[in-house]
Write a protein that binds this ligand. Sequence first.
Ligand code: KG4
Ligand code: ZN
Length: 343
Amino acid sequence: MLVLGIETSCDETGVALYDTSRGLLGHVLHSQVAMHADYGGVVPELASRDHIRRVLPLTRDILRQAGCKLADLDAIAYTEGPGLAGALLVGASIAHGLGYALGRPVLGMHHLEGHLLSPLLSKPAPSFPFVALLVSGGHSQLMRVSGVGAYEMLGETLDDAAGEAFDKTAKLLGLGYPGGPALANLAESGRPGRLTLPRPMLNSGDLDFSFSGLKTAVLTLINQQRPDVQGRADIAAEFQSAIVDVLAGKSWKALKQTMLKQLVVAGGVGANAMLRERLSASARRNGFTVFYPELEFCTDNGAMIAFAGALRMQKGSKMQRQDGSFSVRPRWDLASLDIPESA
Ligand code: KG4
Ligand code: ZN
């Protein structure tokens, strides 16, 4: 079964082909980061318009690269939500248009389900069950992943996502967008231990996070100290330490609580070198295995949608109507996911 996957929930247009017997045939991506950089963040209307420009050329590219034709497709999976409404509508309309024209089933996917299953595309792949730490510009979650369609939220952010906290704090420190890599870079010349920022909710007794207070604490420091370059580097280093302490601490708590031995780190913040060092050290000390799927699979991409769609179809998930109408779900709680009986 050959599945086309389309991801347009935020600022990346991703298209991929997954074949249930041959695996991932390929995936292509267009990132809008450069386009949004001037504005310091994603501008939703610009995002939608750019998806419109990219999605069909990318679909043609991936079909050509894989030596396939539209008529070879057995099904089309697309991101139905959550995400930016206008951006989601682009992928949804293309998917339903193709499905209608080709007479093929269409499946609306939950973006987080794509993220949770994408580590299986990587090598080495974890096996079910595992704990997933999903940390990106839009997500900060710890989940127990027991199988396709079997996801349990263990904890999540009560306010800003981890990447969002990096981006906003980087902005306060006068750095560009996206702020995560820039802040991590500046932190390298910071002097550890010069300042102390809180470790929000590290000992809250649950697996939730809160990062917006850290950003406010940084703002207070900047206002009090009027820091020079070295001072800003010191703040960046302490801010990064605080976030990493909380993410690593709660990941270990999640593994203890679930008694699982595999941790998968997904999302753009998973690229952070200090987070990787700290998690790998914790894994050695505490006897668990940590998986860092290739970045191309853990940031937003079409492969995860094609793959999750194929797994869902094999499980007998309901296809969507083909009467030319469709909807998107900008807000969509993973807990309300329609799980087939056999799951
Ligand atoms: O998964 P991702 O590429 O996409 C979306 O969230 O859509 O994640 C992007 C986020 C941004 O907030 C970026 O600042 C953060 O991941 N990020 C990092 C690093 N690289 C990317 N944060 C900290 N350290 C990094 N090295
Ligand atoms: Zn995402």
